[in-house]
Design a protein around this ligand. Structure first.
Ligand SMILES: Cc1ncc(COP(=O)(O)O)c(C=O)c1O
Length: 386
């Protein structure tokens, strides 16, 4: 057994950024809000809308209460409803499909590519053909998910969508800061949703999210839907259905501060990932990032046949890890009625993937230990098989 590093190893690190920026700056920002009293959608949220739009290269950004809200608001703004089909990755967090059910539409689950773990474009085409042939639902939206922060094959997905008169809502809840062929998440698809849950690459200190669009009209709809469908002219006239989807000003203040170090943190995450890519034994399959793309590395995820045994081996040695996701959404109880397609790759991934520690602040000693321990497990397995 290798010697454990002195500092314990986290799977995520939601706290160190606070030390890097300086806690006093957060306290000052909170004091400003306590004094001005605009706790919901105060000046900080408006400043954040602009800062996030600028960062991602999108014309507009509407911040909101969570990534789930961000996805749901996009579908509401497009008027997606019962009778509409929305094609969504199944190897993802439940919210990618939950938003579809919330607006009353039908999720059609799509299989994943075994190398990128993202939406399989060929299977997407098959699913669209199936729905068209059945003739019961109208294909309206595709929701590809930038799983673990890695961009999907957007050129192909956008082409399929626009050819079929559909829209693409990117679920980049794990991918804020990722880059697809020179474009940052938020500026690639027709609309993009992201999450600022604390473990995300740009994580707040609580829930938060945002929806991005290049259309002024869509942005107005998003802003109306996040406050119950309120009319911009008459705040007591709600002209469409909406929700309580506002971001609070404290969260916006946190995110404005954390945005100042996001680039440094993304670079540090990429360095950690490069070490894993280069030094982890070839016994492990590694998530492939598409050419000319950069992952935001919300998570670093490998796959291996004896995942559960590896997970116990690492945990016993003080290395936290997690199986994201052990059940594809189509196999979960609340989604059984939409479990209409066979998704063999999703099923396989759910049994073989393992996410290992990924934070911008892992030091050399911690990384040596993680890599050494994983390679020790791989060597034992290979010896036994020989
Ligand atoms: C892929 C994906 N979509 C949607 C969400 C929902 O985001 P939130 O938890 O902010 O509602 C998450 C959050 O974990 C996610 O990982």
């Amino acid at each position: 057994m290798l010697n454990k590093p002195e500092k314990s190893i986290p799977l995520f690190d939601c706290k160190t950024t606070q030390e890097v920026i300086g806690q006093q700056k957060f306290l000052d920002a909170f004091k400003t809000i306590l004094n001005h009293g605009g706790y919901c959608q105060g000046p900080e949220t408006k400043e954040l809308d602009v800062a996030l739009a600028n960062y991602s290269g999108s014309k507009y950004c509407a911040t909101c209460g969570s990534g789930t809200d961000a996805l749901t608001l996009a579908l509401m703004a497009w008027g997606i409803k019962a009778g509409d089909a929305v094609f969504v990755s199944s190897f993802t967090f439940v919210a990618s499909a939950e938003c579809v059910a919330i607006v009353g539409a039908t999720p059609i689950f799509v299989d994943s590519d075994p190398n990128t773990y993202n939406m399989d474009v060929k299977d997407l085409e098959r699913a669209i053909e199936m729905v068209k042939k059945e003739g019961k639902l109208t294909p309206k939206v595709i929701i590809p998910v930038d799983i673990f922060g890695s961009p999907c094959d957007y050129d192909a997905i956008l082409e399929i969508a626009h050819k079929n008169n559909m829209k693409v809502l990117a679920d980049s809840c794990q991918g804020y800061g990722s880059v697809y062929k020179g474009k940052r998440a938020g500026s690639i698809a027709d609309m993009t949703a992201t999450s600022f849950y604390p473990t995300k690459p740009l994580g707040g200190y609580g829930d938060g999210g945002a929806t991005f669009t290049n259309s002024a009209e869509e942005n107005e709809l998003l802003k109306s839907c996040r406050v119950h469908g309120m009319s911009p002219e008459d705040h007591y006239d709600n002209i469409r259905l909406g929700m309580t989807g506002r971001m609070n000003s404290f969260q916006a203040a946190v995110l404005l501060l954390k945005l100042t170090v996001l680039d440094n943190e993304l670079q540090a995450r990429a360095k950690v990932a490069a070490r894993y890519d280069n030094e982890l034994d070839s016994y492990y399959g590694k998530q492939q990032i598409l050419p000319n793309c950069k992952s935001a590395y919300a998570l670093y995820t490998i796959n291996c046949e004896d995942r559960d045994e590896l997970m116990s081996y690492l945990k016993e040695r003080g290395i936290p890890c997690g199986a994201y996701y052990p059940r594809p959404v189509n196999t979960q109880t609340a989604y059984a009625k939409w479990n209409t397609r066979s998704l063999p790759v999703c099923e396989k991934l759910s049994k073989t993937v393992l996410s290992i520690p990924m934070t911008p602040y892992l030091d050399k000693e911690q990384m040596d230990y993680i890599i050494g321990t994983m390679n020790e497990f791989a060597a034992q397995k290979k010896n036994r098989a020989a």
